[in-house]
Design a protein around this ligand. Structure first.
Ligand code: NAD
Ligand code: DAU
Length: 368
């Protein structure tokens, strides 16, 4: 099995690659990643240096670049000539039979400040990927359920929009009502994948997960920002009243769900992935301050995020009953190990919190 992972140098993709190489000792992985500010080769340093490194191949490239994507699908990319072990994979005309698509611009705040990269990567990049897959995999008639090919499109609960406190969680049938430019670009990507499934029979599956947290998450996001700022005695900028609710899932739980879907998910289906761990931001912020042993006074109210979604929550009955998956980690366990990881791996995040990061911080939060 040769798996193409897009965006594998980011937070979730890097955990997924580590998991795949461990759980499937014969699988090989090609990671196509542009290495934007959020892609970091250090996230997979242990994999590259370890046993799994022999089955891991990195290509720096943009998913919007149709020529690179085509070269990988047709097996003519220089990578295939450079590595003998890749030369025997699959039918000569298309060595890539399985794809998991993580590559995206992923941060809502950045999408509010500049939308362009979001529509380019999340929409056009996804279109390039599914179009290339269609040309290689769906020849003549639409692909059947028994197709040997699979594409998993990793999406988000944000495509469903926002819930009020009394609303039931989103199901896979809930309408798509995205609010932020990030969410709208992901929704456009979802609809594009669904159109390729419907029109051409592309053997693709969609996943919609809640908020992830865990090691290797970029310190621009809420939990790592608050942990690392608290460790450095810097302010923790909480938007609005802090009563917005997110459904938090430990990243390894998400990756285990994705693996199940890759192996046994039904093409054409959408699967919600969530851990039923709803928490208000204020509660999470206070938990972090208390666990790190810092004063709550570090938590500073800042002007609310524009168009801020109030609450996300997911009904995960479908993935539980169809694939027997459920999240393992409780919020407290997951957070304790995450805080410990950031304490131990300060070199990893200190490199990211450089001058450019603090310029960005000032632009988003002003002087706090
Ligand atoms: P991330 O920002 O940490 O990683 C994104 C990766 O994509 C980076 O390595 C980056 O270099 C790469 N990338 C960006 N543009 C690219 C391009 N044009 N070509 C190739 N590579 C490119 O994001 P993440 O948090 O790991 O999220 C991964 C996926 O999961 C995204 O699709 C996101 O929408 C989805 N998702 C994230 C969460 C979450 O809580 N983080 C929850 C649900 C779904
Ligand atoms: O729900 C899934 C989504 O979760 C993913 O699709 C996105 O890629 C991911 O970034 C995340 O989006 P959110 O906007 O929910 O995550 P973020 O970490 O940016 O913020 C979580 C909550 O914390 C949100 O209510 C905003 C708030 N927040 C965030 C930051 C960065 C603050 O109060 N202060 C902050 O500084």
């Amino acid at each position: 099995m040769l798996l193409l992972v897009t965006g594998g140098a980011g937070f979730i993709g890097s955990h997924f690659i580590r998991l795949i190489l461990k759980k499937h000792p014969t699988w090989k992985v090609i990671n196509l990643d542009k290495l934007t500010y959020s892609g970091n080769p250090e996230n997979l340093r242990d994999v590259e240096d370890g046993e799994g490194g022999k089955r891991y191949f990195f290509v720096q490239g943009d998913i919007c670049d149709a020529a690179i994507v085509e070269a990988l699908f047709s097996g003519v990319h220089p990578l295939f000539h450079a590595h003998r072990s890749l030369q025997h994979e699959g039918p000569a005309e298309c060595p890539i039979r399985t794809v998991i698509h993580f590559a995206a611009e992923s941060h809502v705040d950045r999408s509010i400040h500049d939308t362009s990269a979001f529509y380019r990567t999340n929409v056009e990049g996804t279109r390039v990927l599914v179009e290339t897959a269609r040309r290689h995999w769906v020849v003549g008639s639409p692909a059947s359920i028994e197709s040997p090919y699979r594409l998993v499109h990793v999406s988000t609960d944000e495509v469903y929009g926002s819930l009020e406190p009394h609303h039931p969680p989103f199901t896979e049938e809930s309408p798509i009502k995205p609010n932020s430019p990030y969410a709208a670009s992901k929704a456009a990507a979802d609809l594009t994948v669904l159109a390729y499934i419907h029109t051409y029979g592309l053997p693709a599956t969609l996943t919609r997960c809640g908020n992830n947290y865990g090691p290797y998450q970029h310190p621009e996001k809420f939990i790592p920002l608050f942990i690392t700022n608290a460790l450095e005695d810097k302010p923790m900028p909480m938007y609005g009243d802090g009563l917005q609710v997110r459904d938090w899932i430990y990243v390894i739980d998400h990756c285990n769900a994705l693996l199940k879907i890759l192996e046994r998910g039904k093409p054409g289906e959408v699967y919600n992935i969530g851990a039923n761990q709803e928490r208000a931001n204020r509660e999470v912020a206070e938990f972090i301050a208390q666990k790190i042993g810092k004063s709550r006074n570090l938590i500073r109210g800042v002007a609310d995020r524009s168009g801020h979604d109030r609450r996300y929550a997911l009904d995960v009955t479908k993935i539980q009953s169809a694939l027997g998956w459920k999240a393992d980690q409780s919020f407290v366990q997951g957070m304790e190990s995450t805080i410990q990881w950031y304490k131990t791996n300060h070199l990893w995040w200190k490199q990211l919190k450089n001058e450019k990061f603090w310029e960005y911080f000032k632009e988003i939060y002003g002087s706090i």
